[in-house]
Structures are given as C-alpha cells and as structure tokens.
Design a protein around this ligand. Structure first.
Ligand code: TXA
Ligand code: MG
Length: 346
C-alpha cells in the first residue's frame, strides 16, 4: 500500500544513507535475500573498508548491485544473448550474473583481480530506492562478519558489525532469507550455477530451455571452485552440527537416540526440524523450519535459527534434511556447509 513505500517511511534516512555511500561510507541495507553491506563500487577506499569491517579474505570478489539496466552498460563488456534473456526473466531478483567487467570502472578490490564481475538488480523497494538515490554501483556482500550466518534482520547486522560501519537501513526482515543464485555463462549454450540460491534450477530451466545447466561444481566443492567464495568454510555454529538424511521415521529415531546420549553426558543439545515432527524431540533447544511442504519458510528462517543455537550455547545440534527440489537445493547447500559436511545417512 502507498503508505508503506520506502520514500514515505524511510525517505530522509535513505537520502542520508545514499549521501554517505557517495562519500565513501559503509551502509548496510535490506534486499530480498539477506542484508547487504554496501559501498561505492568505484572507490577502492570504500570497498577496502568492506573487507576490513567483515574480516573478509581479499581474494573473494563482491557482488555489484545496480538499480536498472542502464547502469549495467557502464560496468560490463559485451555479453552473451543468454545473459540478456536471464536478466529479462529474473531482474529485479535474486540472480547474480557473472559478466565480463569493463576495465578501469570498478575498484579492482570488487573483482579481486578477476576479469569478470557478478551483478544483480535486487527486488526490494528500499534497496532500489537507495541504489537510485546513491546513483553509483554498490558493492555489497552479506552484512555479517566473515564466518557468521548472513543477516536476515537489521539486528543481526548490528550484532556483527556495530561500530565498524556507518549505518544500517532497517526495513524489517528480508524475504528469501538465503543469498542470490550466482551463475556464469558459457556462450549462449551453458549456464553454470556457481552458488545455488533464490532463483531455482527449475526456474532457470524454464527461462532458458535450450541451455545446458551445469551445477556439477556444487557436488565437488573442494575441486578448484570457480566461484571463489565457495572455497571458504562458511558459517559453522559454535556447537557441532550434523545433518541427518533418510526416511523421516529413521531420521527422527536417530536424532532422538543421539540427543538422549549427548544429554546423558551433560551436553546442551539442539534440534532443527520441520513442523511435522517437531513435537517428538526433547532437546534443550528445538527450533522449527516450518512445514516441509513449504521450503520457502525454512529458507526464510534458517540463518536466524543458526544464530539462536549459538546464543543458547548449544554444544551438539542435529538437523533434519529436506528435498533438494526448488529452494531446497540452496537450503541443503547452506546446511551442509554449516555442518562442515558432517552428513549422516540413516
Ligand atoms: O543475495 C546476495 O547475493 C547477497 C545480497 C547482499 O545481495 N550478497 C552476497 O554476497 O551473498 P557475498 O559477497 O556474500 O557472496 C558473493 C558470492 C561469492 O560466493 C563470490 O565468490 C561470488 O559471489 N562471486 C562474486 N563475483 C564473482 C565473479 N566475478 N566470479 C565468480 N564468483 C563471483
Ligand atoms: Mg556472504
């Protein structure tokens, strides 16, 4: 409704935030995926501050956010027709497309020295309003300290980065709750998924029926990852997380036994489960991912749940698994990473 438009609610704050961005500032802002930590992508001073604030390795490139397709032409060299087709289908939206970078426009820190740059137009009114007001391309990784879950609330941003950044635009919870899908194109024939995310494999197939879609690199993340970010151990909770796969009854029985055993040796236990079986668990902390028939809800809740286990000082955590259809692929990818690939099949 009209009264919820960001220019009404957040107008003066957004104008100030945009001015800070143009001035080399670091501003966290919501997108439809997770909160991003933004800086002027043309300025090495500003972008350098992102890496120090996050404690991020400098060889991991940043995604550039723009408000519209006109801004794109200034940043990239000619690209495959397939890329335009994906933009038509998914922008604004949670799809980051790796494109050939035009030299000498973006700070080299953004691309970590690569000849390519990952770009997206976020599907979020407040993000778009901020990007338009700033008028510059905005480099923005997720607004967490490196090694922490991505923030889905402004409060998460402040937990990790208060005192290290110049501000956060608080517009409530983000939508998808997991980061964008990152793709690279091989000519007009092939889409390579470098990171599963908000745009599903199934949606890419429908939008590009003639392209081959390759996500093989996801199954062997330790083999020369093409997306530099995939090689870093991502978030790992303070407690030891195990991802349990198998038939629902077997999974429940296994987790039940493991929780009892750990509890009897005095450990604080946690379970991450779907609504359908939630009542059966007797751990110190049992957190719900919502119904397994609605994995969008699980994606939306995952990172906040992982933060909550840390706050509760849980030492051993077991998580149920979901199907890898649709957003389930990204969900299981992030859970497996958080589990440091400790996946048990029962
Ligand atoms: O949803 C998102 O994508 C969020 C919001 C804020 O937009 N941003 C985000 O950024 O997740 P970050 O920096 O946490 O993840 C960027 C990912 C990394 O895995 C990085 O390696 C990959 O994108 N990437 C960036 N530029 C690339 C490039 N030129 N080639 C290959 N991978 C690239
Ligand atoms: Mg991140």
């Amino acid at each position: 409704s009209v009264e919820q438009l960001p220019d009404e609610k957040l107008g003066p704050e957004l104008a100030a935030a945009a001015a800070q961005l143009r001035d080399g500032g670091l501003i966290a802002f919501p997108t439809e995926t997770v909160y991003g930590l933004g800086a002027d992508a043309r300025s090495s001073f500003a972008v350098g501050r992102i890496f120090s604030a996050k404690g991020r390795p400098s060889d991991n490139p940043l995604i550039v956010h723009i408000a519209n397709r006109q801004q794109l032409d200034e940043l990239v060299l000619p690209y495959p027709q397939l890329a335009s087709a994906l933009m038509d289908s998914f922008w604004p939206g949670p799809l980051t497309i790796v494109l050939p970078a035009r030299p000498d426009v973006l700070s080299p820190l953004v691309t970590a020295g690569l000849a390519s740059v990952g770009i997206r137009i976020p599907d979020h009114r407040t993000a778009l309003a901020l990007l338009e007001l700033a008028g510059c391309p905005v480099a923005a990784p997720s607004a967490n300290r490196s090694g922490r879950p991505s923030p889905t609330l402004a409060r998460h941003v402040l937990e990790d980065l208060d005192g290290r950044i110049d501000g956060v635009v608080d517009d409530g919870a983000t939508g998808v709750g997991l980061e964008s899908t990152v793709v690279e194109l091989v000519g007009d024939q092939m889409i390579r998924i470098l990171r599963p995310g908000g745009i599903t494999l199934e949606a890419l197939r429908i939008a590009a029926p003639h392209a081959t879609i390759d996500s093989a690199s996801l199954e062997e993340p330790e083999v020369a990852p093409r997306s530099p970010g995939m090689k870093y151990t991502h978030y790992a909770p303070k407690g030891e997380l195990v991802l349990v796969q198998g038939a629902p009854d077997a999974v429940t029985a296994y987790i039940h036994r493991q929780v009892e055993r750990a509890a009897s040796s005095g450990e604080r236990t946690g379970v991450l489960a779907f609504e359908e079986r939630l009542q059966g668990y007797k751990a110190d902390r049992v957190l719900s991912l919502g119904s397994e028939a609605e994995l969008e809800t699980a994606a939306h809740r995952l990172y906040a749940a992982l933060r909550a286990f840390d706050e509760g000082s849980v030492q051993r955590i077991w998580s149920e698994s979901s199907s890898e259809q649709g957003i389930g692929a990204a969900l299981m990818n992030r859970l497996a990473k958080a589990a440091g690939n400790r996946v048990v099949r029962v």
